[in-house]
Design a binder for this molecule. Structure first.
Ligand SMILES: C[S@@+](CC[C@H](N)C(=O)[O-])C[C@H]1O[C@@H](n2cnc3c(N)ncnc32)[C@H](O)[C@@H]1O
Length: 210
């Protein structure tokens, strides 16, 4: 179990009936079940090879974890699921999967590989709200894990753009990225430079506030 999957598990509650939609090896589902961290867990994946690997691991663990071959929720007809994990895929895939999420799923735990700002805005527009975010540093890479619900949570432009991590280092890494990008923009592209200078000022203010 890597740190990202542990962080995802930290958002799971005892009452949750969980579907891990992009389960790959089913490590998360096995961890949840083995440690009795939720009521029930299902695992699914779009890729037959990944799902076969998951099935083998589940069989070896001797745990009861039903599996499904499915693009997101499309082949899932289980009505008791109240929590979905969507992790390890890009923001566009997360958004596609969420588009078909049934109403009885009240809680999502999301970790996108990219475009976090765009994802936050898109979730907000769909009436899904980020209750909490954590940033995990694993092998020199930051992973952001979002706890998303259907209950309204107020957002502002800054929180939608940069998130709500409690991790100062996470914002410092965003700042460094902005500074690196700024360095690479040719001098004549004043407007592009200005945009990144503004991001840098905003991030500096945000870092001071934490
Ligand atoms: C990198 S693995 C992520 C494994 C684990 N969730 C994690 O975060 O470490 C991505 C998995 O997502 C699956 N996947 C990609 N698009 C999907 C979709 N639309 N529905 C279900 N699974 C999908 C892939 O087949 C792959 O097994």
């Amino acid at each position: 179990m890597n740190q990202k999957l542990r962080a995802i598990a930290s958002f799971i509650d005892q009452d949750d009936i969980v579907l891990d939609t992009c389960c790959d090896h089913a490590y998360l589902a096995i961890y949840l079940k083995k440690n009795e961290l939720c009521q029930k867990v299902y695992a699914s994946d779009i890729n037959p090879n990944a799902l076969n690997g998951a099935k083998k691991n589940i069989l070896a663990s001797q745990l009861d974890i039903p599996t499904y071959l499915s693009d997101g929720f499309k082949n899932i007809d289980v009505k008791d699921i109240n929590t979905a994990v969507i992790a390890g895929v890009g923001a566009n895939t997360v958004i596609d999967i969420i588009r078909y999420a049934p109403e009885h799923i009240q809680k999502f735990i999301i970790s996108s590989n990219n475009h976090l700002g765009m994802l936050r805005k898109s979730l907000y527009q769909k009436g899904l709200y980020i209750k909490k975010e954590i940033a995990i540093l694993d092998k020199h890479k930051y992973y952001v894990i979002m706890l998303v619900t259907r209950e309204y949570v107020k957002e502002d432009r800054i929180s939608l753009k940069y998130g709500k991590s409690n991790h100062q280092d996470y914002y410092l890494s965003l700042l460094k990225k902005e500074q690196d990008v700024l360095q690479q923009i040719p001098k004549r592209q004043i407007f592009r430079q200005l945009e990144h200078r503004m991001n840098i000022q905003e991030l500096k203010r945000l870092i001071k506030r934490i």
